[in-house]
Design a binder for this molecule. Sequence first.
Ligand code: NAD
Length: 261
Amino acid sequence: MTLKSKNAVITGSTSGIGLAIARALAEEGANVVINGLGEEAEIEKTCSAIEREFGVKAIYHPANMLNSGEITDMVHQAEKSLGSVDILVNNAGIQFVSPVEEFPVEKWDQIIAINLSSAFHAIRAAVPGMKARKWGRIINTASAHSLVASPFKSAYVAAKHGIAGLTKTVALEVATHGITVNCISPGYVWTPLVERQIPDTMKARNMTKEQVISEVLLEAQPTKQFVTVEQVAALAVFLCSDAASQMSGANLSMDGGWTAK
Ligand code: NAD
């Protein structure tokens, strides 16, 4: 129980990687704020399962990552109800696949807001409390696409390169305050986000589902296997540990060798 008495906010934690990170932090004893879209009843079930399984508090905040005021409120509400935000995981993200000349402008704006600007708003709200307590862990879920590009993902690749830059900048600013800031860059992880982009990729590349999985998704990954959400979550737990106190500003790949190419 390395994180007992710590409080964590994880954006986009109603599903996929974020949910796995929330569960892994809770398993280590942290109270968690769950955030993201979804059915109220399902989210309630998720929170009570975490509380029951790990004996911690799990609170839901519905902040929409498109809205800076709601993001700030999420951090402030967490500080009020739990006492602090010690760990902030900026994880919410969406994807959209289209040639750049046809890329819908509103999709570009949404992806930049949800995948990049939301992290800025949450960090901005959480850093003063972390500085006051001289301890903090900020983890941003970036992507292999923070390091390399793929066609038809202009907004996503731009946002993910942006979050890698934001990570490095904030790491430098808070380095003497006991706060570390890192990003995790997964390759393809089998989650609803990946599943949902298959139909559009089929259309954009004129391929079958099987072709998209083997020739587009796993083609990039030398191991030919998807990363699991539990593997990403284990890295997040490590980043919160004392053993990682000198790791900051890093962009940690977990991509089956993709970006080694
Ligand atoms: P997911 O679709 O399972 O989860 C995304 C989460 O973000 C959900 O909880 C969703 O409700 C939330 N979300 C979406 N829009 C939101 C909004 N406007 N406001 C609040 N919450 C919102 O996807 P995932 O694969 O778990 O993705 C999580 C993160 O991991 C994303 O940043 C994604 O870019 C990144 N990532 C995923 C992969 C992958 O292969 N799955 C690879 C690299 C990086």
